[in-house]
Ligand binder design. Structure first.
Ligand code: TXA
Ligand code: MG
Length: 356
């Protein structure tokens, strides 16, 4: 299959430019498109055959459910039932935007799309290309992140092309995404709302609208042994090919520990990389130092994260060390991805203890 790339001029976006891709999607084809979080791989969410094609293109396990993307709030009532007032309040406040809400599904949503679950994940993206694609195709678009399973989520059309060329019909190129990490997922099916995946919308923001929210302990990355409630969170996601470790501790100790580790691995003949924020990047001496934005502006760190992980692979780096980014809520969302990319390998700079 030839994958066609359609360039969308975002300064002056003309809806007609995506018309043929929208028709293709409506007829069961696969179209990757930009959202404000990461690029998505879209197919008709109510067509089990399209959902199967999505799983196949990504090499994704079929028990890992897909998010349905909608362009107007009334679509929620077509797809889901038993929707609480709190769930409506979340839609009112955060849609269109980077919040995915888990609701009880209606029969119209095939089990192929929900990975066999009786619940469905729904999100209204804010990116104009995403919204236009949903409207023009006339379908509810099932879209996981448009990476091959196990690779970092794509922040640009070229990332999608690297992973999925020849496996999908179209890529709509809307330039680099804004946020850079996936949407926050909140489960609104039970008594207490639970965050299954941290993201750009923070627990504090959610709390202001609906009161208390719990955090699925597995999503904070505290322990890899706890089974997460979002099936996709159990897979080793976002994994770069080289071996990534995260170094925590007081700032000075982290810098000197990382430089020490770099020297050690270089002496053994390996190419070594460091992932650091702008504030400290120039203090490292490695084969490559990747800057992740400013520590004081976690949004800029999130925006660079997946691109850095992909660049590590391109440069053939064998070992890489990252500073830790926990702290505020968005920092925690970044750490959730980093910990997974690192297979939970954390080195404590202040002690000599080291996780494997
Ligand atoms: O920002 C995003 O959410 C991006 C863009 C493209 O919208 N999409 C995305 O999709 O990240 P994906 O498939 O890579 O991640 C979806 C996550 C998976 O961890 C999946 O297990 C979980 O959502 N999920 C989907 N439906 C669910 C459900 N009914 N119950 C629990 N978790 C669910
Ligand atoms: Mg994904």
């Amino acid at each position: 299959m030839k994958t066609e790339i359609i360039k969308c001029n975002m300064e002056n976006f003309k809806p007609e430019c995506i018309a043929e891709a929208a028709v293709c999607l409506g007829q069961g084809g696969l179209v990757a498109f930009p959202t404000e979080t990461v690029y998505g791989l879209g197919g008709d969410g109510l067509n089990p055959e399209a959902a199967r094609k999505i799983y196949a293109a990504k090499g994704r396990p079929s028990d890992n459910p897909l998010i349905l993307h909608i362009a107007d709030e009334k679509s929620v009532n077509v797809l889901a039932e038993e929707i609480s007032d709190k769930a409506y309040a979340l839609m009112e406040t955060f849609w269109p935007g980077p919040l995915t809400i888990i609701l009880k599904k209606k029969a119209v949503v095939p089990l192929t799309t929900t990975g066999g679950l009786d619940t469905v994940a729904i999100r209204m993206p804010s990116h104009p290309v995403a919204l236009e694609l949903i409207r023009q195709s006339g379908v509810y678009i099932a879209a996981p992140s448009a990476n091959a399973s196990g690779r970092p989520s794509p922040a640009s059309a070229s990332h999608v092309y690297e992973d999925l060329a020849g496996k999908i019909d179209y890529i709509l190129d809307g330039g680099r995404v804004d946020i850079g990490i996936e949407s926050t997922i909140i489960d609104m099916t039970g008594g207490n709302p639970v965050i299954l995946r941290p993201g750009y919308i923070t627990p504090e923001q959610l709390n202001k609208v609906i009161g208390s929210v719990e955090m699925d302990p597995a999503s904070v990355g505290a322990s890899p042994e706890i089974s997460p409630r979002a099936p996709g969170m159990k897979y080793t996601h976002y994994a770069p090919r080289g071996r990534l470790s995260i170094v925590t501790g007081s700032p000075e100790a982290v810098v000197s520990r990382i430089n020490g580790l770099v020297r050690e691995k270089q002496a053994a003949g390996y190419k070594v990389g460091v992932l650091a924020p702008l504030e400290t990047a120039d203090r490292y001496h490695a084969d490559m130092v990747f800057t992740m934005g400013r520590r004081t502006e976690p949004g800029t760190v999130a925006a660079r994260l997946y691109t850095c992980l992909r660049e590590f692979d391109e440069k053939g780096i064998a070992f890489m060390y990252s500073e830790s980014f926990a702290g505020d809520s968005l920092g925690n969302a970044v750490m959730n991805r980093l910990l997974k990319a690192a297979g939970h390998r954390v080195i404590h700079a202040d002690s000599q203890a080291e996780a494997k």
